[in-house]
Design a protein around this ligand. Structure first.
Ligand SMILES: NC(=O)c1ccc[n+]([C@@H]2O[C@H](COP(=O)([O-])OP(=O)(O)OC[C@H]3O[C@@H](n4cnc5c(N)ncnc54)[C@H](O)[C@@H]3O)[C@@H](O)[C@H]2O)c1
Length: 248
């Protein structure tokens, strides 16, 4: 494993109780950062934090609650100092339906968590990054946001929104030493698979030229570099983790 230096940095990883977020928390902790997990599953977040080590802390946060997110940012800063790294991994897949059959409540839930939730975290953390003149942000989109997966219109549309949100913010913050980038992973076997059909899982695997699922540690590796001081130029960009699927 390459060494990434995150000593002295304070990171927040939403959705860090499990899956991709957890792998990022582990990599950040191994790189010297103090890390807060913000996850709606507070118990699992606490267990994950305990298992990783003393520099990892857990907070029960529902990213759809803008006031709760703002309060969490204040509390985290009071406990550890200014947040200078943010990764927004909290997200849901939603069920698989044709667009015209997509249940209205499921559509709204996917948008609330994936899009509004990301926005709430960004707005809570960016002002203190501007005050510090430093920050590293990675949002978690998906290859679905570039390509539009059939039977996953809500998810695909939500991740396209995350990509555009990231590009807008990257430009707004480009005059500071603040980098804002997004990643577009292909499928990684996590508990998010429980939300989708086997047919859809098979479709996603068949689309990956490498012929296997992405490993969460492979995501963490890219994110750790994107969140390091060495990533001092690239911003507002989309980083591929699709095993050869993406052609742009
Ligand atoms: N696994 C994949 O195949 C894959 C592929 C591309 C993108 N992604 C994206 O990566 C991110 C992480 O996915 P994962 O596979 O680790 O999923 P996961 O289900 O393993 O973990 C998601 C975490 O987000 C938390 N969460 C859900 N709603 C929340 C809310 N309202 N507030 C706070 N936390 C909330 C969950 O409790 C869970 O711990 C998601 O944004 C997902 O869309 C996943």
């Amino acid at each position: 494993m390459n060494q990434i230096d995150l000593n002295g940095h304070v990171a927040v990883v939403t959705g860090g109780a499990q899956g991709i977020g957890q792998a990022i928390v582990e990599r950040f902790a191994a790189s010297g950062a103090i890390v807060e997990i913000w996850d709606v599953d507070g118990e699992l977040a606490a267990e994950t934090a305990r298992n990783i080590g003393a520099t990892v802390h857990a907070r029960a946060v529902d990213v759809t609650d803008a006031e709760g997110v703002a309060a969490a940012a204040k509390a985290a800063e009071a406990a550890h100092g200014p947040i200078d790294i943010l990764v927004t991994s909290a997200g849901v897949a939603g069920p698989n339906h044709k667009t015209w059959d997509y249940p209205l409540d499921a559509w709204t839930r996917v948008m609330r968590i994936n899009v509004d939730g990301t926005f709430h975290c960004l707005r809570a953390v960016v002002p203190s990054m501007i005050a510090q003149g430093y920050g590293r942000i990675v949002t978690v989109a998906s290859i679905a946001g570039k390509e539009g997966n059939p039977n996953a219109s809500a998810y695909s549309a939500s991740k396209a929104a995350v990509i555009a949100l990231t590009k807008s913010l990257g430009k707004e913050l480009a005059q500071y030493d603040i980098a804002v980038n997004t990643i577009t992973p292909a499928a990684a076997r996590t508990r998010i698979f429980e939300q989708i059909t086997q047919e859809h899982i098979d479709f996603m695997l068949a689309k990956i030229p490498r012929g296997r699922f992405l490993e969460t540690r492979e995501v963490a590796s890219m994110v750790a570099w994107l969140c390091s001081a060495e990533n001092s130029f690239t911003t507002g960009a989309v980083f591929d983790l699709s095993g050869g699927r993406a052609t742009y």
